[in-house]
Design a protein around this ligand. Sequence first.
Ligand SMILES: [Mg+2]
Length: 173
Amino acid sequence: MEKYIPDVYQKSIYTIDYEKLKENGITCLLFDLDNTIEPYAVKNPDEKVAELFSRLKDMGFQVILFSNSGKKRLRPFKEELEVDCCASARKPNTKKLLHVLKEFHLKENEVAIVGDQIMTDVLGGNRAGITTILINPISVREPFWTIPNRMLERRIMKKLCQRDLFYKGRYYE
Ligand SMILES: [Mg+2]
């Protein structure tokens, strides 16, 4: 069950202690897009996201959008936030993730992934051996293709809860 447990669990991308991540040696942040930085229906980053990303870059982080969505969806975010991006990432498959690590000469202990889904972001990140940060999805409105993953996620969360390993809403660093 360990592969489903995030290293950090926070309410949103705005409550994560990025200073602490930096102190712990994290130099690169991979962000999921949909329902992590914006809801599915939002086509461009808002000012709050732009401010956060600019602060993270000022702190010295390399910021990369790492999304299962396609290039077209990612383009306005890549351009307006001025970050690298990896589209069609196929999380929880680790192939593209490991490729990004290799391409940017990063070690597993220097990278964290931030996302809203256990079955994609957390599972993929844990499989690759990087730090995993789960946040709550921004919106309850999700496209139909997320339904199977969310059903699995609920089942896993229930099991984790029974074993006292993870509770929804019980945040930790
Ligand atoms: Mg997502």
